[in-house]
Design a protein around this ligand. Structure first.
Ligand code: NIG
Ligand code: FE
Length: 417
């Protein structure tokens, strides 16, 4: 089926293509790292973008009357659908009381050390039925989609033993079958150490018990580790990620969030797809990640929720990194919208609105190894887009009340908002 989105006052195509050998089109302008077309349209066939250009040309070649999906943007902005490359969106239970305690001075690590935090969510997940878990995930995905997110990475890691880790990955797979959002599953057995368990013993179990079962199940694509003081050290993280890679899972890592432990250097050494958080990354860490083409995924929602300092996004940009943004949505960081994350990136990490949008789209796609055009609206890309109720993409970061998004297109179909 044919899809056409036309009369975009501005259409954000993606990053400026500095490798193109042809001159940019007449209707193209650049705004920082973004290529933008004015009075523009795109057409898609079977969920793939086939043409981008001036509305009159595109509508002549692909008449809206013949399209299964025809969206008149009425002069508003059209952007690629957002990619959220780091979430823990599958959980059960409520931790709002921990939030209240944290704003009164308790720390995240104290709460975890007392069996709260991740370990509390692990207990809630053990007690939840498969259907409840699925319903929770779907309700969160609905919110994400309404806010323009069309691809989401979801981690396991609230099971901490093989049976429940598999159950979480299975639930992600079931949600993926029914929800318009593309889901990217990550195995994160090394998310925390279960109560009364020796860390080395637990790492052994992740490697010899959980990982083979996860590989057998065949759902997970990435393997992630919480490399942090009092959680998994660099050696333990390395063992898990190497075993994961041997089982076919691409490494990812939570690195330098509360302390600088060396996770970023490990990510570079293992050529991980991404290194995430990075609040305490040093100049050497930045250089190593750029050199190894590891995507830095910055999570300003987490810093905001913890009242912590933010990652040094400008250091990464100045070093030439493809900086990505993600929500890190989890019970400790209750943000599902990549719009608010862009607001935080602009207000708290000194990104321009254009840098923030690129970080929330194409660079976020690179963090989950999607280099098929996901996060752009170029020919050949998946037809995933958001039509704004505003004339400029700048409204994504500018507005921090309700959504700036009017209509969402996934694989060339209009999906509910
Ligand atoms: O990325 N740091 C580890 N994992 C999550 C928190 C998960 C939780 O607190 O439930 C994070 O912030
Ligand atoms: Fe996380």
């Amino acid at each position: 089926p044919l899809c056409i989105v036309y009369n975009a006052g501005e259409l954000v195509v993606g990053p400026v293509d500095d490798t193109a050998d042809t001159a940019p089109a007449d209707d193209a302008r650049t705004d920082g790292p973004l290529e933008i077309r004015e009075d523009a349209a795109f057409a898609a066939i079977n969920g793939e973008v086939v043409a981008v250009g001036p509305t009159d040309e595109i509508t002549r070649a692909y008449p809206p009357d013949n399209a299964a999906t025809a969206i008149d943007a009425d002069g508003n902005a059209v952007v690629p659908g957002f990619v959220d490359p780091h979430t823990h969106a599958l959980f059960a239970g409520d931790r709002s009381d921990e939030f209240a305690a944290k704003v009164r001075g308790r720390s995240y690590q104290e709460i975890l050390a007392e069996g709260g935090g991740i370990l509390r969510t692990v207990r809630a997940v053990h007690d939840a039925s498969d259907d409840d878990l699925l319903a929770n995930l779907r309700s969160h995905l609905d919110v994400m989609l309404a806010h323009g997110t069309t691809t989401v990475e979801v981690k396991s890691g609230y099971g901490l033993e093989a049976e429940t880790e598999l159950r979480l990955l299975e639930t992600i797979d079931r949600a993926a079958a029914k929800h318009p959002i593309t889901l990217v599953p990550t195995f994160m057995g090394a998310h925390a150490v279960p109560a009364d368990t020796d860390t080395e013993d637990y790492v052994d179990r992740v490697i010899s018990d959980q990982l083979p079962a996860v590989a057998d199940q065949g759902i997970a694509e990435f393997c992630d580790v919480f490399c942090e003081a009092d959680v998994f050290d660099v050696d333990q993280s390395q063992r898990v990620l190497k075993a994961g890679a041997a089982a076919g899972l691409t490494p990812k890592i939570h690195a330098e969030e509360f302390t600088r432990l060396g996770g970023a250097q490990l990510a570079a050494e293992l050529e991980a797809a991404s290194a995430d958080h990075l609040l305490h990354a040093t100049a050497e860490d930045v250089a190593a990640l750029v050199e190894a083409a590891v995507v830095p995924v910055l999570l300003p929602g987490t810093a905001f929720g913890l009242g912590a300092a933010y990652a040094d996004a400008r250091a990464f940009l100045e070093a030439g990194a493809s900086v990505a943004l993600a929500t890190d949505f989890n019970p400790n960081c209750h943000v599902r919208t990549m719009e608010f994350v862009q607001t935080l990136a602009v207000m708290k990490m000194d990104l321009t609105p254009a840098e923030a949008l690129l970080a929330a789209t194409r660079n976020a796609a690179l963090a989950i190894d999607r280099d098929d055009g996901t996060g752009t609206l170029r020919e050949g890309a998946p037809a995933d887009a958001a039509v704004l109720a505003a004339p400029s993409y700048v409204h994504l970061a500018y507005r921090f009340d309700t959504t700036a998004i009017e209509t969402v297109v996934k694989n060339g179909r209009e999906v509910g908002t």
